[in-house]
Structure formats: structure tokens, C-alpha cells
Design a protein around this ligand. Structure first.
Ligand code: FAD
Length: 509
């Protein structure tokens, strides 16, 4: 459906208006739609353009939270990880983690073994085992070997966070929901003390309209007002996999403060993060890594991979995200709570905090809070599989590529392949994306600006040097054909994109 047609549909009254197109809003849209509610989602930027494309991309229980005694959160997250591994292979995939043990350092073998046993208990399957120093060095030959006594290996999962958001929104729209990006909810409409909808502005064309809804769900993450939020920034760096080749994620105990930092393979690169610092910049500005955070991550890499001699010049890209954490008065940012919070007022539910991994229980919590406001309409809140797993029949493509396409595009993967042009059926450079995917996204995935296509529909902007500038000539041809951008528009999009990559995804000044 065109943007214009979707804009027209926004004026139809709905049951639920969701403000915010990150993972929280996308999860609610998906769950509301399949429960028979007429749901609409508006996102003032691109889908997932805020925190939900800037996470560590882990679908995990969080061993750190277990160590802090947050057993409920860890259990819920492990259960969700298992559900997502089942539902979306190719989008959420298992990732082995290796936690090395060094003489005299905590956690020791017994302590970690106990935590991992509990972790496995929540999952209902055993994934962890202990490896001695020799096997550990075979598994991870580049790690520091002085005083190495062994390691624990266990399984968690990784995802492409932005694509997970897009997949949820796509499913909901296939089921009848309406979602539109670059639409800002500028104010709430109140009648007799109750919120009954929102005024909206199309940031692409500046036109305005009104949406009437039985309930508004505020899923604006760190932008949610009326709550005591403590914005915490986490930054990451990406390295070429040949500079730090890893067969699994390695947990690094940071030499300065003992915090865990992880290095792991992600979409053909090595991702390293995260930091955890108070974010004092204006939330309206796109966050970026600071020099201190960069030095912190490099220090972790030097300590754990001393022979690799990793330097700033090796870094392909950086990114930073801001976490919506409820301020619980903790002085240490890493100890501040990761649970979600739900707040209600007449006609509105606000939900924020939580994790990417737990989007489904968060969505159900928001709908539970909204249910009395939707009466007499009733709906069930039973847990359902997140997606029906899709697979593609055998073809000239490898199993890994077919699984990746099925995971990212779900039921549309087969059509994508059927409609693909022959000369689009090869990878974009050495990246794990086909030109056919990029064209499909340009045609059908609500791309409004070039960064939507290169930073979130595909992750070229994170995985190729200079944001993939060398691919721009062919990308230009595709955008002009599929998005009908004239030369002037294309030049403006490219200039904006290059500036964003340099200022927000590069090395700090
Ligand atoms: C560095 C970092 C690493 C993380 N790593 C992990 C991890 O590995 N695993 C994990 O499970 N979790 C992780 N998290 C947590 C997870 O990423 C967040 O909890 C989650 O992405 C928050 O999603 P959200 O939808 O609530 O917020 P957001 O993604 O920020 O979405 C809110 C959206 O609301 C929109 N919006 C705001 N105001 C308006 C308005 N007026 N009108 C319309 N739209 C509006 C914004 O543009 C934004 O897109 C991490 C977080 C950070 C910061």
C-alpha cells in the first residue's frame, strides 16, 4: 500500500493507537492485531531508528542480571529466547558464548557453573559445559592465555534488532494493522478528562491529522514523559572479522572496572560492546560514541586479545544507543533496573524500560492494562508462538542464505526470490545481503530516506567502511528506479546520509 493510501486509513477510528515504532510498539502492534483489535502505529522517525536498532543484538537471559539476583527477569528472558529461536530461525540464531576463567579472578568455575545450570534450567535444556585450558585455547586461540585455567561455554542468541522490529510490523500489517513511519504524535486529544486520540504530523510533508482511538499506548521508550527515566548510553564498535576472527562470543571482564564486555560475530563482522554511561546529551540528538567510551572498549580488547594489536584504524563503524531505564537511585549505571514499567491514566497506557528480548511479555502487559479501557470489546491474552517459522525450498542458494531470507522476510521471502532479477541475485560486496533484498526493501518496506535503507532495512551502513560509500552508484540506480527520486533528491539523500555516517557512526572527534 502506498504512503498516501496508508495516510488516508489513519483517519479511521481504531481500538488502539500505538505511538512509537521501536520493538515495544512493534510487539504491541503484532499482538493487538492478531487478537482482533484494530491497531494503528505511528513512528516519528523510521521504524527502529532510536534504541531498537542500536542494541547489542543479543536475545539473551542476561547472566549479569542473574548475578544481581534478578531471577524473574532472567527466567522470563531465557523463556523468550527459546521462543524466538523456535519462531524465527535465520533472524534469531543460536550463539555460543565462551567465558574464560583466569587464576584468582571471579566468577570462579563453581560460581559460574551454578549460574549457568540455573540458566539452563529456565530454558529446559542443557547448553553449558566446562572446557579445560587446552580446549579453550583451541576454541579461542586469540584470547589472553596467561593464568588461563579453562572456560565455560553456553548458548545464547543474537538477532538483527531492526529487522526483528520490521518483521513484527510487517506481520501486523499483513493482518490488517496500519503502520506509518515519519508520523509524529504531537499532542494527545482529551475529552472529559480522558485521552481519546492524538494529533499527528507527517514529518515528510508537514500535513496534519487526527487519530481517534479507544486507547493510546505510549511506547516511546526513552522519550516517554511523566516517568523518572535515567537515560543510559551504550556504545559499540564493529571490526572486520579478519582482524578479530571469532567462532563464538567471548566475554571480557573489563580490566578497569570488572564489567562484562562482549565481542562476537555478527553478520560477518565482529561486534564489540557495550559501555554503560549516563547520557547527558539532548535526547533529540542522535547519540554517538564518546572518546572515553572508545578508549574503554579498546582497553577491553587489548586485555583480552593482546596479540591482535587492535587499533582505532581497524574500526569499520561505531554506534550508540540510549536505554530507557527507570531511575531507581542506583549510582552504578550497570546496576540500574532493566525491568519494564506500565503506567495507566484514562485512555492511555505508557510502557517503557525492559529489553529487546522480552518484547512479547511487554506487549501482553500493555494490552492487559489497556483491556478495561477497550470494554465492552474483549480479547484473549493467551501466549501464542511469535511467528510460524518459514523455510524456503531448495534452490541454487545455500541453506544459510535461504534461512536468513526466511528469517528476515518471513512469508514474503519466497515472493522476494520469485520476483528477483537475475542480476540482483548476488551479494553486495562481501556483505551478507543480496542486491535483491535491497531492491525489495526499497519497493515495499516504507523507505522514506536513504538511511532507512542502508542502516535498518539492510545494515550496510554498519558493516561496510564509510557506510558503504563504494556501493552508492548501484544503490543510486535502484533508489531512482524504485523510489522515483530525481537527481536533486538523490544528491540530498546521499549528502545527509554521508554526514550522518561521519558524525554518528564513525570515530569520535
Ligand atoms: C546499548 C544498548 C544495548 C542493548 N542491548 C540489548 C540486548 O542485547 N538485548 C536486549 O534484549 N535488549 C537490549 N537493550 C535494550 C533494548 O534495546 C531496549 O529496551 C529497546 O530497544 C527499547 O525499545 P522501545 O521500543 O521501548 O524504544 P525505542 O526503540 O527507542 O522506540 C521508541 C520510538 O518512539 C518514537 N517516538 C518518540 N516520540 C514519538 C512521538 N511523539 N510520535 C511518534 N513516535 C515517537 C521514537 O522515534 C522511537 O523510534 C539494549 C539497549 C541499549 C541502549
Amino acid at each position: 500500500m502506498t504512503r498516501e493510501a496508508l495516510w488516508q486509513r489513519l483517519s479511521e477510528p481504531c481500538d488502539v493507537l500505538i505511538v512509537g515504532g521501536g520493538i515495544t510498539g512493534a510487539g504491541i502492534l503484532h499482538e493487538a492485531t492478531r487478537r482482533g483489535l484494530r491497531a494503528v502505529l505511528v513512528e516519528r522517525g523510521d521504524y527502529a531508528s532510536a534504541t531498537s536498532s542500536r542494541s547489542s543484538k543479543l536475545v539473551h537471559g542476561g547472566l549479569r542480571y542473574l548475578a544481581e539476583g534478578k531471577i524473574g527477569l532472567t527466567r522470563e528472558s531465557v523463556i523468550e529466547r527459546e521462543a524466538l529461536l523456535q519462531a524465527a530461525p535465520g533472524l534469531v540464531d543460536p550463539m555460543p558464548f565462551l567465558m574464560p576463567h583466569y587464576r584468582g579472578r571471579r566468577p570462579g568455575r563453581m560460581e559460574l557453573g551454578f549460574g549457568l545450570a540455573l540458566y539452563d534450567l529456565f530454558a529446559g535444556r542443557r547448553t553449558h559445559r566446562y572446557t579445560d585450558a587446552t580446549e579453550t585455547q583451541q576454541l579461542a586461540p586469540t584470547i589472553a592465555s596467561d593464568e588461563l585455567t579453562g572456560a565455560h561455554v553456553y548458548i545464547d542468541a543474537t538477532t538483527d534488532d531492526a529487522r526483528l522490529v520490521l518483521r513484527l510490523i510487517g506481520h501486523a500489517c499483513d493482518g490488517g494493522a496500519v503502520a506509518l513511519n515519519y508520523i509524529e504524535a504531537t499532542s494527545m486529544i482529551r475529552r472529559e478528562g480522558k485521552i481519546v486520540g492524538a494529533e499527528i504530523t507527517d514529518r515528510d510533508s508537514n500535513r496534519t491529522a487526527t487519530i481517534t482511538a479507544s486507547v493510546v499506548i505510549n511506547a516511546t521508550g526513552v522519550f516517554a514523559s511523566g516517568l523518572r527515566l535515567r537515560p543510559l548510553r551504550g556504545s559499540h564498535v564493529l571490526l572486520p572479522d579478519w582482524r578479530l576472527p571469532l567462532a563464538q562470543a567471548i566475554a571480557i571482564k573489563h580490566p578497569a572496572d570488572g564489567r562484562p564486555v562482549f565481542a562476537y560475530p555478527w553478520l560477518g563482522a565482529t561486534l564489540v560492546g557495550t559501555t554503560d554511561v549516563d547520557h547527558h546529551d539532548a535526547l533529540t540528538m542522535e547519540p554517538h560514541i564518546s572518546r572515553a567510551e572508545l578508549s574503554y572498549l579498546l582497553a577491553a580488547l587489548h586485555a583480552q586479545f593482546p596479540r591482535c594489536d587492535l587499533r582505532e584504524a581497524d574500526i569499520i563503524a561505531t554506534y550508540a544507543g540510549v536505554r530507557p531505564v527507570i531511575d531507581d537511585g542506583q549510582s552504578d549505571p550497570s546496576k540500574a533496573g532493566r525491568d519494564h514499567t506500565v503506567l495507566t491514566e484514562p485512555g492511555m497506557v505508557t510502557i517503557t524500560g525492559g529489553k529487546l528480548t522480552t518484547f512479547r511479555p511487554m506487549a501482553l502487559a500493555a494490552l492487559r492494562a489497556a483491556a478495561p479501557m477497550l470494554a465492552p470489546k474483549t480479547f484473549s491474552l493467551d501466549e501464542r508462538p511469535i511467528f510460524t517459522p518459514t523455510s524456503l525450498p531448495e534452490s541454487g542458494l545455500s541453506l544459510a542464505v535461504r534461512q536468513r531470507l526466511a528469517g528476515r522476510f518471513g512469508p514474503h521471502a519466497a515472493t522476494l526470490l520469485n520476483k528477483a532479477r537475475e542480476n540482483d541475485m548476488h551479494a553486495i560486496g562481501a556483505l551478507p545481503f543480496l542486491w535483491a533484498e535491497l531492491r525489495w526493501s526499497a519497493q515495499r518496506e516504507h523507505v522514506v530516506h536513504l538511511d532507512d535503507l542502508l542502516l535498518r532495512r539492510t545494515r550496510i551502513g554498519l558493516l561496510a567502511r564509510n557506510g558503504g560509500a563504494s556501493f552508492l552508484p548501484r544503490i543510486r540506480a535502484i533508489c531512482q528506479e524504485e523510489l522515483h527520486w530525481d537527481d536533486q533528491r538523490m544528491a540530498r539523500e546521499e549528502a545527509d546520509y554521508k554526514e550522518r555516517i561521519a558524525m554518528r557512526y564513525g570515530l569520535p572527534a
